[in-house]
Design a protein around this ligand. Structure first.
Ligand SMILES: Cc1ncc(COP(=O)(O)O)c(C=O)c1O
Length: 481
């Protein structure tokens, strides 16, 4: 049995480690993984009473599971929401929130800047059921105001949006939406509850892809819907129970363990993202940088009001169109090309040809997604390594250096040189450093003097005050002799 919770509010870091913990009668330390699809009853009467609701008892893991319940309780406490239901994916969370609330004849108002699959649900799926949507530019309050002149049942928005980092003024839009009779559903994936809690600004429902920062290590899919107890129990739960977008207990358990470190991971990723965004602004190969906490962001004041930090994601445009952008992506050696985000590994995406390729070209253009736009999800690597990787790849994009070949699968392999093959031990350890010519071995003491002590420098950086430490500049790393 877990100890009773203290009679005072707990801070986010504590909630992320302990929120929702339910210990079994063997008093385990770690959250238990209840990998079971069903449950047994002591008697036929207990089974009957469970189904009538007179007795509280788990029935079937499509409706409820103790591991999943721990995750739901932890997320509800973190968000400051009355109730939560976890789902198999972020898209299951979005579609459950929408389809459970809406009916034929209803009208939705949505910010145009939505993740590709959310855009598909709104513009392709909902009309099949007689639900129409009006899209507005999320940053333009006049457009919201005009859209709310007609009755509306639901608002869907992302802030910051994927991928262009456009913000929506939550207080203003929630106020107008409520007057029009709508509930506001906020997809808060990019901000995470650590940077922004939309319910504080009036949102009714918050949805997440737990696949991203909650797991944070790129392992499992998951999602969550949070709202009032009444809405979750009366509107959402019957839909989830009967349509079955349930998360597996295993995935819920992985996400619970991921949450335990989210308050360490996300701020570190945000610090690196801010440093990279600054560096990108100084590069002439870069057309523009979209990052909420850059003073150049068109909604900088709103970002400062609404968010605790700028986030872990930066979108920027590379000059020279698709060809230069692909040269840049292919020249990266630390950052991986992937359409995922929120991972410990830095990942980069070309939205126009991947995540947003199904969004009609004119809508993409309207959102500002060009052939040169790339979305960078900043991970937990040393920021100096990321900055060096980006700087080298930007040189390649501009044609200032030959783009090195991108290696498949194992990736961090030593580039073979004509002179000598790389030693396998070094390849496994790290790297990209070129193998020394076989005919010029340097003595060990000379190598020590030439190589800066990257490990010691990095550790110093890790423990220095981020407020007063300037962002590292890309350095030309000396080759190991
Ligand atoms: C903003 C946003 N919402 C929802 C989703 C969907 O999440 P999932 O892939 O877990 O279904 C994503 C996925 O990238 C996303 O970026």
């Amino acid at each position: 049995m877990a100890k009773p919770a203290p009679n005072r509010p707990l801070r986010p870091a504590t909630l992320l480690v302990r929120g929702g913990l339910m210990r079994s009668n063997v008093d385990e330390t770690s959250e238990t993984l209840y990998l079971t699809s069903g449950y047994v009853y002591d008697s036929a009467q207990q089974a009957e009473q469970t189904f009538t609701g007179e007795v509280q008892h788990f029935q079937y893991s499509r409706f409820g599971n103790p591991t999943v319940q721990m995750l739901e309780e932890r997320l509800a406490q973190l968000e400051g929401a009355e109730a939560c239901r976890a789902t198999a994916t972020g898209m299951a969370a979005v579609s459950s929130a929408l389809l459970s609330h809406l009916k034929a004849g209803d009208r939705v108002v949505a910010a145009r800047a939505l993740f590709g699959s959310c855009h598909w649900i709104i513009s392709t799926l909902l009309p099949r059921y007689g639900i129409q949507t009006e899209f507005v530019d999320g940053g333009d309050l006049e457009q919201w105001k005009t859209a709310f002149k007609r009755p509306c049942q639901l608002v869907l928005l992302e802030t910051p949006s994927n991928p262009m980092m456009e913000l929506v003024d939550l207080t203003a839009v929630c106020e107008m939406a409520h007057e029009a009779g709508a509930i506001v559903v906020v997809d808060n994936v990019f901000a995470t509850p650590l940077l922004q809690r939309p319910m504080k600004f009036g949102a009714d429902v918050v949805v997440y892809s737990a696949t991203k920062h909650f797991d944070g290590q790129g392992r499992v899919l998951g999602g969550a819907v949070l709202g009032s107890k009444k809405w979750v129990e009366e509107v959402l739960q019957p839909f989830i129970r009967n349509t079955g977008p349930a998360i597996s207990a295993f995935n819920a358990w992985v996400i619970l363990k991921g949450l335990e470190t989210m308050h360490l991971r996300v701020p570190a990723m945000c610090r690196s993202a801010a440093a990279i965004a600054q560096m990108l602004e100084e590069r002439e190969e870069v057309e523009c940088v979209h990052y909420p906490f850059l003073a150049s962001h068109k909604q900088y004041a709103l970002a400062k009001r609404q968010m605790a930090a700028g986030g872990t994601i930066i979108t920027f445009d590379i000059k020279g169109g698709k060809a230069a952008t692909f040269r840049f992506l292919d020249a990266l050696r630390v950052i991986d090309i992937s359409n995922n985000l929120g991972d410990a590994k830095s990942l980069i995406t070309h939205p126009a040809t991947t995540t947003h390729s199904k969004v009609p070209a004119e809508d993409r253009a309207r959102l500002g997604i060009t052939e040169g736009s790339v979305r960078l999800s900043v991970g937990l690597e040393d920021v100096a390594d990321l900055i060096e990787d980006i700087a080298t790849a930007l040189d390649a994009a501009a044609g200032n250096t030959a783009a090195p070949r991108r290696k498949s699968a194992g990736r961090m392999v030593v580039e073979e040189t004509a002179e000598a093959p790389a030693a396998p031990a070094k390849a496994a350890r790290g790297g990209k450093r070129k193998a020394a010519p076989a005919d010029a071995p340097a003595p060990a003491h000379a190598a020590k003097a030439a190589e800066p002590d990257l490990f010691a420098e990095a550790m110093q950086g890790l423990f220095s005050d981020p407020e007063t430490t300037p962002a590292p500049k890309p350095t030309k790393r000396r080759q190991k002799a």
